[in-house]
Write a protein that binds this ligand. Structure first.
Ligand code: FA5
Length: 343
């Protein structure tokens, strides 16, 4: 039996030396290891082997089988590599020195910031929601506690549509829908485009972006608001960020605040970004007014909440050192493509 095996092994080795294609490898596999292959046939003689020799002979045959399979696989790998090398050498030459005709675009700096902020909030368990750009008067004003004829409506110069709807003046217009969509505890952020009919200047656009967030749970406090904002800002600016609250006014939050950050660029010493004040006004916020919770079907006796509304364009301007907000909507590629928002 040993002799027969050796003969087959020698034959296999010689044959492999002459083979140049993977199809020929497969033919050889069938010839030696297939159903009626040379080694397979030897297994049939096992019946005639005396019981005390069966283990030894079985091992010889199995070893031979494995050896042949190993050789064939090695040859197949060798042939595959050669075929790839030939392909690269002959037919698929790429001239990497050729100038490309395509100009590769990049994300708008505001989109980059938005995605960075979304990622941080997602990591803190927030869902990201979308909002409408055309809103009902109810969602934009009434649901967030700005009733008809309330002077607060004058705070935001509104684009009214003929059908009585509005171009969303702030992302708070999505609050009611989102608070109704989930049952507390709720952690959601909702970025969106907003529109205001106001005079344009370096700091004001008629079309701009906000990113709003709400947290509703039992016993939510101003501390939670400060914690999440500090976490987000520290991750975005990759350093510990100090914040402070000043009193503010919004009909949908009570109490309302303006949150300032200690200037991350000069650490509060004074620079052009913070106009030498050491602090940058960043984000209005506050505790959600009980009426706003009620309007969304949430019991303010049981739950409380906080909300904030970041101005995304101002965040980009601050981070990229842009002095005029109008550049962001200008389509001025010369300017837009030079931003490198790596804090
Ligand atoms: C609001 O719009 C509130 N809805 C924010 C809010 C949400 C308060 C939740 C409390 C709780 P305000 O009108 O201040 O607030 O706008 C928020 C931010 O949007 C501003 O700080 C600013 O960064 C940006 N913003 C407002 N108006 C413009 C504008 N015309 N152009 C560019 N950015 C603007």
């Amino acid at each position: 039996m040993q002799e027969k095996i050796e003969k087959i092994l020698n034959y296999t080795k010689e044959k492999l030396n002459t083979i140049t294609s993977s199809a020929a490898c497969q033919d050889l596999r069938v010839e030696i290891l297939g159903k009626s292959g040379e080694i397979t046939n030897l297994f049939r003689f096992m019946r005639e082997v005396p019981p005390e020799k069966k283990g030894e002979v079985g091992k010889l045959l199995n070893d031979a089988k494995q050896q042949v399979e190993g050789w064939i696989q090695a040859k197949e790998a060798f042939i595959a590599e050669q075929e790839l090398n030939n392909q690269i050498k002959n037919s698929e030459k790429i001239d990497i020195t050729l100038p490309t005709k395509e100009v590769c675009g990049s994300l708008h700096p505001r989109t980059i910031i938005q995605k960075q902020i979304e990622d941080v909030f997602i990591s803190m368990g927030f869902v990201v929601e979308d909002g409408n750009e055309i809103e009902t008067e109810y969602n934009n004003f009434t649901a967030v506690n700005v009733p008809q004829n309330h002077p607060a409506r004058d705070m935001q110069d509104t684009f009214w549509l003929d059908n009585g709807q509005v171009l969303k003046t702030h992302t708070s217009a999505s609050q009611n829908r989102i608070l109704r969509k989930y049952t507390p505890p709720i952690r959601a952020i909702f970025p969106g485009r907003c529109f205001r009919n106001e005079s344009l200047d370096a700091g004001h656009e008629n079309t701009f972006f906000q990113l709003e967030g709400v947290i509703v749970d039992k016993e939510v406090s101003v501390g939670n608001l400060i914690y999440f904002m500090k976490e987000m800002l520290s991750k975005i600016f990759k350093k510990e960020i100090e914040v402070r609250l000043r009193p503010g006014f919004f009909p949908f939050t009570e109490p309302s605040f303006e949150m300032d950050v200690r200037c991350p660029f000069c650490d509060g010493k004074g620079c052009s970004t913070c106009k030498n004040g050491g602090w940058i006004e960043l984000c209005p916020c506050g505790m959600i007014h009980p009426q706003v919770l009620k309007n969304a079907g949430i019991n303010p006796e049981e739950y409380s909440g906080c909300a904030f509304g970041l101005g995304l364009d101002r965040m980009v301007m601050m981070s990229a050192g842009i002095n005029d907000i109008r550049e962001l909507n200008s389509g001025n590629l010369k300017l837009l493509k030079q931003f490198k928002l790596d804090f």
